[in-house]
Write a protein that binds this ligand. Structure first.
Ligand code: BES
Ligand code: MN
Ligand code: ZN
Length: 480
């Protein structure tokens, strides 16, 4: 998808589809020779509804979106943008021009309108049909321009640049997530990450199992041990900022398939455990967006990539392992593997002196029970960081909800044999998983996002959502 801006008078340029308010449509029909079309608009225009009129003209279609008011609430705007995005995915046109700046949204500016509209559009135009022997025919728009005038042009251009970068990041994250687990294994994630190393100011280093063993990553190693596909710790660095500035660390859970290991999962829906690398996909996607958007900051992106499989070599319930930090863990359930790969990634990240660590993981089924698919669970040891992530998520509609890390929950992790166990019992599963990770973050500014409910959809629309790439990218932009 190519995003751009368009200046000039509506009705005077050539496009496959002009996306406008009813008021703008009326004025265009009056000034062109299409007065008769004005009547067709008297149909019940409402927020969240679109009417597409085909014209025999330079403008092939006019898509009328929403009701008449120029001033819209944020929620009406979202409804309209959602409807327009869905409709644009349905009509077969090569390009579109969107007159977004005709709308005023209460308390929101030109930049916000373009960012939110295009982020929604990126969501609805995406398809993953790489493995279909016959592809769907509808050709979706490949170029979408936001109409701007002298007043709105500079801001719109900045928004376009960020929207374009986010589009690339979302595409990467979704593609990685949707790939089947026989293709997307730890080696594949490493190869795809290495491709980022060709981009400006970016370098990639991949630690193999031998190196991780030597470095003492016993928790990570206990997870990858059962698989024929060797695990990888992938480190992508983007140095867009000042030399010497501490990087922001993004860490992703990259379990390319989670069978549960010896604590084997039930069969139904197990295919969805290919999405258990969605955290990894999202931090790689956010990194891609930061690089494309040329954000002036330093990033450290770490992916803990492994496959959780049962085998004669797999770890057993009852095994005790020593983590990279030196702390010991009694593995009571091999299906609580995410925290095991992440704890070593977090303590390794700390040796690289980041200013803040944000880890992202499809960590617990309990999180889906608690928050469903609308918000990712947010845990942090820093109130300012919590507020920043809440605000960035609200801004770009990729929301998080704060959860507690109280000492009372920490107690659920005690083990009679090791420093801690890897599960905290039946109650508060998402919280105790986060408590486990918090012990490895220690006093470094840290946040953990449990995205088990938000990263992908099941059912008829099964597929990766790309979340929380929009949130992470917005968080980075908001740091500038
Ligand atoms: N990858 C799963 C969590 C998950 C479950 C994500 C459902 C998305 C949907 C994770 O590795 C896991 O298996 N967690 C266990 C933890 C339990 C053994 C303490 C869970 O949630 O059941
Ligand atoms: Mn698991
Ligand atoms: Zn898992």
């Amino acid at each position: 998808m190519k995003y751009s801006t368009k200046v000039g008078n509506a009705g005077e340029y050539k496009t496959g589809c002009l996306v406008v308010t009813p008021a703008r449509a009326r004025s265009i029909f009056r000034t062109t020779k299409h007065r008769d079309y004005v009547e067709r608009l008297t149909a019940d225009n409402a927020h969240g509804k679109t009417v597409v009129l085909a014209l025999p003209d330079k403008i092939e279609h006019v898509m009328v979106v929403g009701a008449d008011e120029k001033k819209q609430s944020e929620s009406d705007f979202r409804k309209n943008v959602g409807a327009a995005a869905r409709a644009l995915a349905q009509i077969s046109v090569p390009d579109a021009v969107w007159h977004l700046n005709d709308i005023e949204v209460t308390d929101r500016d030109v930049y916000w309108k373009t960012r939110n509209a295009l982020s929604t559009l990126s969501g609805s135009l995406y398809r993953f049909d790489e493995h279909k022997s016959r592809r769907e025919k509808v050709s979706r728009p490949r170029r979408v321009a936001i109409h701007a005038d002298r007043r709105t042009r500079t801001t719109t251009l900045r928004a376009i640049r960020h929207a374009q970068a986010l589009d690339a990041g979302l595409e990467l994250a979704k593609n990685l997530g949707n790939q089947p687990p026989n293709i997307c294994n730890p080696g594949y994630l490493a190869r795809e990450s290495r491709k980022l190393g060709r981009l400006p100011k970016t370098s990639v280093r991949v630690l193999d199992e031998k190196q991780m063993q030597t470095m003492g990553m016993g928790a990570f190693m206990s997870v990858t041990r059962g698989s024929e596909n060797p695990g990888k710790m992938i480190v992508v660095r983007y140095n867009g900022g000042r030399k010497g500035d501490a990087p922001i660390a993004l860490i992703g859970k990259g379990i390319t398939f989670d069978s549960g290991g010896i604590s084997l999962k039930a069969g139904a829906g197990m295919d969805e455990m290919k999405f258990d690398m969605a955290g990894a996909a999202s931090v790689l996607g956010a990194t891609r967006a930061a690089i494309d958007g040329q954000l002036p900051l330093n990033l450290l992106c770490i992916v803990a990539a492994a496959e959780n499989m049962p085998s004669g070599k797999a770890s057993r319930p009852g095994d005790i392992v020593t983590t990279h930090s030196g702390k010991t863990v009694e593995i009571l359930n091999t299906d609580a593997e995410g925290r095991l790969v992440l704890c070593d990634a977090i303590s390794y990240a700390k040796t690289l002196k980041p200013s803040v660590i944000i880890d992202v993981a499809t960590l617990t089924g309990a999180c889906v029970v608690a928050l469903g698919s609308h918000a990712s669970a947010l845990y942090s040891n820093d109130d300012a960081l919590t507020r920043s992530l809440e605000e960035s998520g609200q801004y770009i509609q990729d929301r998080v909800w704060p959860m507690p890390l109280w000492d009372e929950y920490q107690q659920q992790l005690s083990s009679p044999f090791a420093d801690m166990s890897n599960i905290g019992g039946r109650e508060a599963g998402s919280i105790t998983a986060a408590c486990f990770l918090s012990r490895f973050a220690g006093s470094v500014k840290w946040a953990h996002l449990d995205i088990a409910g938000t990263a992908y959809r099941g059912g008829a629309h099964k597929g990766s959502t790309g979340r929380p790439v929009p949130l992470l990218f917005q968080y980075l932009i908001d740091r500038l």
